[in-house]
Each structure stands twice: as C-alpha cells, then as structure tokens.
Design a protein around this ligand. Structure first.
Ligand code: AHM
Ligand code: MG
Length: 336
C-alpha cells in the first residue's frame, strides 16, 4: 500500500459521489475518527498523564470505570453532536440515553458506542479499542425514553471500530463492504490501507475465555472439545487458540486472517443474558463481520435480528468465519 493512499475524507467523499453515504454521515464519521485519534493520543501518553488507573466510580453495568473509560466517553460526547442530524447518544458508560434533540425526526441518527472496550488491558499496555454503531431513524420519535433507541442491528447504516494497537486503525462499514484505515504518524490522517476486507470462509483458529469451560453449555463444550482433538478428532485438523480479552483486537485478527470469536451466554453470566452488550458491541461487530463475508450468531439466531428489550442488554456472541458459525448453530439446533 503506497504511503499516499486515499485519506478517510477522500474515501468518504468518493463514497458520497456514488450515493453510498450522505454528507451528514461523512461529517459524523469524521467526528468519530477525530474522537478515536484523540483517544489514541490519550492512551499513548496515559502513563505520563497518570490516567491508566481506575476511578472510584462504577458504570451502569456495575463495573469499576478506568480513568480512560471516562475520558474516552467524554471525547465521544464532545465530538458526535457536531453533526446536526445526531438525535441521541447511547454509551456503555452512561446509564440513560443522552437526547440531543427535543423532537427527533425521520432521517436523524442515533449513535451507540463503547468508548473504550477491553479497558482491563490498559495497565498492562495491551490492545484496546472503541466501537460504534449508527442507526438512521425511519420515523419521528415522539417520546424521549430509553426504549425509543431499541432497534435491531439490521437497522444499522454504519458501524466501525478503532483499534489502539501497535498502530491505530479505523475499520468501517456503511453497508458496502468493509474498509480499513491506519492513522499515519506525521500527517495525523487516517489513510486507506486495507480496502475491501474479506475474512476467509475456513479457519483453524478460535478465541474463547477457556477459564469458563465448566460454565459452558453442551454446544460450546462440544465445539471446543472437537477443535482441541485436532487432526485425530472429528474436525480432522489442528486448531490454534487465542484470547486477548479485547474484543476489538479479536475481531481485527479475525478480519485479517480468519477465525472465530466466542463469548457465549453460560451459567456464570446467564442471569445478565451474557457478557457483551448488544447495541454497542455485538451489533456493530456483527455488521462488520457480515459485510466482510463472515457470520454473527447467538447460536439461536443471527445477532442482527435480535430485537433489543433494553439499551444495555447483553447477548451471547459467536462470530467469524461462516462455516464455523454455521457448525456451532447446527450444534445448538441438535441440542434444542
Ligand atoms: P468491557 O466493555 O467492560 O471492556 O468488556 C468487554 C471485554 C471484551 O473486549 C472482551 O472480549 C471481554 O470483555 C473479555 O472478558 P474476560 O475478561 O471475561 O475474558
Ligand atoms: Mg466493551
């Protein structure tokens, strides 16, 4: 990839000329990209700014917030309202929906985000990321409630994430495939470095937190055991395993070289409905993975078809290479 590849703005304006994205969406994506660049800067200087530790507050999920969770959240909240069509913000770190308009109209945008995912990795200097999802309202909203933002992932018009790894990436879909950008040190631009990302159909790599194996249901247990049996088992091939405890890093690896990521509902998290949140973690990642040719399922249904019942709802997540997701879905059918 040449060092003068398209900037994010050039890419988005070309998409706009093809009628694939509206001008207001271009502005909103650019504001999100600015948020991610700013968050990356804070993370990379976190040790000097003394902001890598925890706060004394908890979020609505009952999790202790890291200082950078709060800083990243503030950065998203500062930049996203620049676009005049943003009607509401839904953040992992904020209990209630933040309404920016008194009377949201059809065509306005709802922005859902996890400002800093995997933040338990911060103080050990491992990868973290930001995840976002955008829904365009099909109808006016008359009552400003938390319930008014409950739309299935199939309604998303844009989703993406930024990975704060050795370099800062921005991965984006507006429903026309997936494109990856890298933050260029020096110019400060995001440049298109991974056009039209496609994830391989077949894989020999899976990612799951294996410390929870006693809590898994029969379908997940069977899948993982068969992978571990390797060449002599029913899969007839050797599998590799990875777990970074950062969903953004896992999804990025899977987009780049295939694989499957599992954070299923199990007996340890069933009372909450799972671990990962539907509206700002599972839905955007599901949209991206599908747009790259993969699949995303709860085991029972396509993640993007789950009808949400609350804005911080959690869900079982199985996503990645299509054939592996299909196989796990078939185990759930057999065990139903
Ligand atoms: P967070 O949003 O509170 O950071 O939690 C989500 C993260 C995911 O990035 C990751 O896949 C998972 O939690 C790791 O969980 P565990 O620590 O149970 O392995
Ligand atoms: Mg998260």
């Amino acid at each position: 990839m040449s060092s003068d590849s398209q900037t994010l703005r050039q890419f988005l304006l070309a998409e706009q000329r093809q009628g694939r994205v509206e001008q207001d969406m271009v502005l909103l994506i650019e504001d999100i990209a600015t948020s991610c660049r700013t968050i990356a800067h804070q993370i990379r200087n976190g040790a000097f700014l003394n902001i890598l530790g925890a706060t004394e507050t908890s979020n609505v999920q009952g999790e202790t917030q890291k200082q950078l969770d709060v800083i990243a959240n503030d950065i998203f909240i500062k930049h996203c309202p620049n676009c005049a069509r943003v009607a509401a913000l839904v953040s992992e770190e904020i209990d209630d929906v933040i309404w920016l308009k008194d009377a949201p109209k059809a065509g306005d945008y709802l922005v859902y985000f996890d400002p800093l995912d995997g933040s338990s990795n911060l103080n050990v200097n491992l990868s973290v990321g930001s995840i976002f999802s955008i829904v365009e309202l099909a109808e006016d909203i008359t009552e400003l409630s938390n319930e008014a933002v409950l739309f299935s992932g199939a309604k998303q018009v844009c989703a993406g994430y930024s990975l704060y790894g050795p370099s800062t990436s921005l991965i984006l879909t507006t429903g026309h495939g997936v494109n990856g950008f890298t933050h260029k040190i020096g110019t400060g631009e995001f440049n298109l470095t991974f056009p039209d990302m496609r994830l391989p159909e077949e894989t020999e790599e899976f990612a799951i937190n294996a410390s929870r194996f006693k809590k898994w249901d029969a379908s997940i247990t069977r899948y993982v055991e068969e992978c571990l049996e390797g060449k002599d088992g029913p899969r007839g091939k050797t599998f590799n395993m990875r777990w970074t405890a950062s969903m953004v890093a896992e999804v990025h690896r899977i987009l780049m070289r295939g694989g499957i990521f599992l954070y299923p509902k199990d007996t340890g998290n069933a009372d909450m409905g799972g671990k990962l949140r539907l509206l700002y973690e599972a839905n955007p990642m599901g949209f991206i993975v599908e747009q790259a040719g993969g699949k995303a399922s709860t085991g029972i249904e396509r993640i993007l078809d789950v009808e949400p019942t609350s804005h911080h709802q959690r869900v079982s997540v199985i996503l990645g290479s299509a054939s592996e997701v299909d196989l796990i879905d078939s185990y759930y059918k057999e065990n139903a």
